[in-house]
Design a protein around this ligand. Structure first.
Ligand code: SAM
Length: 368
């Protein structure tokens, strides 16, 4: 990738390498940190791989421009394109900014634009303002949806204005099977949807032979839950975010996955419920004793697993640990190694040209 802003724009920190070099640099570091010699490596597309991107808006002489945080200074850098965003976002960006420039209502006090695209090319743009937005703005913003056939949302302090809807349709293809999703504006979404598909396929390839029921913590909108569900008798999946659990329940309907139960619980709350220390109304329709879990899947935030969740995870015969932070993964792995052995590992380049690297581990109880 040959980007004019490499070395200046704060978005890509590993700008001095080409795609393969930045990948081996990160992978070698992570292999050493985690002592994983044989980890599989899952590549990203070298450019146009990000399905989620956020740009600040620079105002100058009654004109507006995209901007990113500068790499070296505490300031913004004016940019006119970005090569890491998906092709649909890349092609929309210059046309959209030209369109917005022509409208005082749409451009005045516009602070940030967030883009989200699906693998199938649908786009959502969230326009965030430092001013009140109202019916007049709504009417004007409708013209963006009509012109570009995209979904637009307006946000200002305490206000969210939805024009046609607040999601875009997505289809994930996992081993030639299609799964329907809706990508909502709020809630977690994997940033590199093509690598995400490969990550789900890697998990499916490494589940092992005996598969009873699956417990999943940090399930988000059901990204792993939906494609994995048909490989288990029953699935219980939990997550703290209300918006994500609402989306997950919709994805269950959309894909007719009748063997999944979703519950909105933090991982710590789930441990309390599982250990029968506390009862939750949110679990009133779910009989925890009816599950016979053979696997647990965890995909925690960067902070990794808390002590309570780690103790719970240790009880399971098969652990699938997806991590976006090798440092906290190492910390948790040190503890899991007393009871479990690693049977498969992989690195997924979700965040090319940055120091971040996604890892996947399959662990099995030593006594099995
Ligand atoms: C890395 S994301 C993974 C989501 C999902 N597995 C996916 O692939 O889209 C981590 C998720 O954990 C959720 N989360 C954060 N803290 C949590 C907690 N204490 N308990 C349960 N879920 C939590 C976040 O809302 C987010 O959806």
């Amino acid at each position: 990738m040959d980007c004019n802003y490499f070395g200046k724009c704060g978005s890509c920190s590993l700008y001095q390498f080409n795609y393969e070099e930045q990948l081996s640099y990160k992978v070698e570091e992570a292999k050493e940190l985690l002592s994983l010699k044989d980890a599989q490596i899952i590549r990203s597309k070298p450019s146009h791989f990000r399905n989620r991107a956020e740009f600040r808006i620079w105002h100058e002489d009654n004109k507006i421009f995209y901007a990113m945080h500068s790499l070296q200074e505490k300031s913004l850098l004016k940019i006119d394109s970005c090569q890491i965003v998906s092709e649909p976002i890349y092609h929309l960006m210059p046309k959209l900014i030209e369109f917005l420039k022509k409208s005082e209502i749409l451009s005045h006090k516009l602070f940030t634009i967030e883009f989200l695209s699906s693998t199938t090319g649908n786009i959502m743009a969230t326009l965030i303002y430092h001013k009140k937005i109202d019916e007049t703005w709504l009417k004007e913003a409708k013209k963006i949806e009509d012109e570009f056939d995209i979904t637009v949302i307006g946000r200002s302090r305490g206000v969210k204005l939805i024009l046609s809807c607040d999601y875009i349709d997505e289809t994930l293809t996992i081993f030639n099977k299609e799964f329907k999703f809706r990508l909502y504006e709020s809630g977690f979404i994997q940033p590199n949807l093509k690598v995400n598909e490969k990550m789900i396929e890697w998990v499916l390839d490494n589940l092992g032979l005996i598969k009873n029921d699956l417990l999943e913590l940090y399930c988000g909108h059901g990204n792993f839950t939906i494609p994995l569900s048909s490989h288990f008798n029953k699935v219980l999946a939990t997550e703290v975010s209300k918006a994500s659990i609402k989306a997950a329940s919709w994805h269950k309907e959309l894909n007719r996955c009748e063997n999944i139960s979703f519950a909105r619980l933090s991982s710590q709350e789930f441990v309390q419920a599982y250990n029968k220390e506390r009862e939750f109304r949110r679990l009133k329709d779910i009989d925890l004793d009816s599950f016979s879990f053979s696997h647990i899947l965890v995909d925690p935030p960067r902070s990794g697993l808390d002590e309570m969740s780690l103790e719970l995870v240790k009880e399971f015969d098969n652990i699938i640990y997806i991590s976006c932070n090798p440092t906290t993964l190492k910390r948790d792995l040190e503890k899991l190694k007393s009871t479990h052995k690693i049977v498969a590992s992989a690195f997924f380049d979700q965040f090319a040209y940055t120091n971040h690297l996604e890892s996947g581990l399959i662990l099995q109880k030593k006594s099995l």
